[in-house]
Design a protein. Sequence first.
Length: 123
Amino acid sequence: MYTSSQVPELRNAHEARHHLGRFGLSHNIPLLRIGALSGGLKARLVFAEVMFYEPSVLCMDEPTNHLDFESIEALSLAVASFAGAVVVVSHNAGFLCTVCDEVRAEGARQHTSFVVGVGVGVC
């Protein structure tokens, strides 16, 4: 929870549009009612809001579920450029290979850790 003195400030509408644009929310999309947005655009908006507060850790559970390809791309780029720690649970191997440096695969009888691109054939 943030107090009003801890919330980052936007100086003007241009700065707000620039921030939203980083998440693929550009052109007239920021002017639409939230109810008019697709599920993928709503997910981008939520992620833009989370990133606005500049967290040091992201915890995501199946973040690519119900997202279209473009939204997964936007999410991948945003998470890959995130400076903090990321803990993600996902069945989307492509997403994991894009955003993770290390993957821990859990199974009923197998627990494996590996550096992405090395060893186990997930990536």
